[in-house]
Design a protein. Structure first.
Length: 174
């Protein structure tokens, strides 16, 4: 990830046990275009990375969260009125430590993500949109966002997953 990665994710490390950026077991990153087809590309990228890391059992939850984070970035964070942003519009980062996995989506907007207003009393509670961040919160162990620092512009929205004990043993065996 280089020096930008350690600067970019410094706020992610706040409030967590000390994480030395060099202790990341593995990390991968991919650029995504401003087209909505990028969501399926992000899922395929995530599936391949989790397979290499022997974390395929985590795919369903992680892929759902990645899909929501990428969709939100494409829908709400790109300049103009939708996914017609310059290439690459969004970047997906997956980082694995021994005991956790972090999915982070970087986009060019500095606007904070906002969960939709949904309640059981809402007559339109069957709406198909507005639930993204609720799903991220429900399926990940924690999530957050922060503006980028230095020469990078925009923000990163991240979600963290604690890895099961079997995944930790596999990481230590490598």
């Amino acid at each position: 990830m280089g020096t930008q990665g350690s600067t970019m994710f410094a706020p992610l490390r706040q409030g967590l046990p000390p994480i030395d950026p060099v202790s990341v077991s593995s990390s991968v990153s991919c650029a995504l275009t401003g087209a909505y087809e990028s969501v399926s590309g992000a899922r395929r990228f995530t599936e391949a990375a989790l397979g290499r890391w022997e974390l395929s059992d985590c795919f369903d939850d992680v892929a759902l969260v990645v899909s929501e984070l990428v969709t939100n970035a494409l829908r709400h964070a790109l300049p103009g009125s939708g996914p017609a942003a310059p290439e690459p519009a969004v970047r997906l980062h997956l980082m694995r430590w021994t005991s956790r996995l972090v999915c982070a989506v970087r986009d060019p907007s500095e606007t904070s993500p906002v969960a939709g207003e949904i309640s059981a009393d809402d007559p339109d509670c069957s709406a198909e949109s507005g639930r993204g961040l609720y799903l991220v919160e429900a399926f990940s162990d924690s999530w957050g966002w922060h503006p980028l620092a230095g020469t990078l512009h925009g923000k990163v929205v991240w979600a963290m997953f604690h890895l099961p004990a079997t995944a930790r043993r596999n990481a230590l065996a490598v």
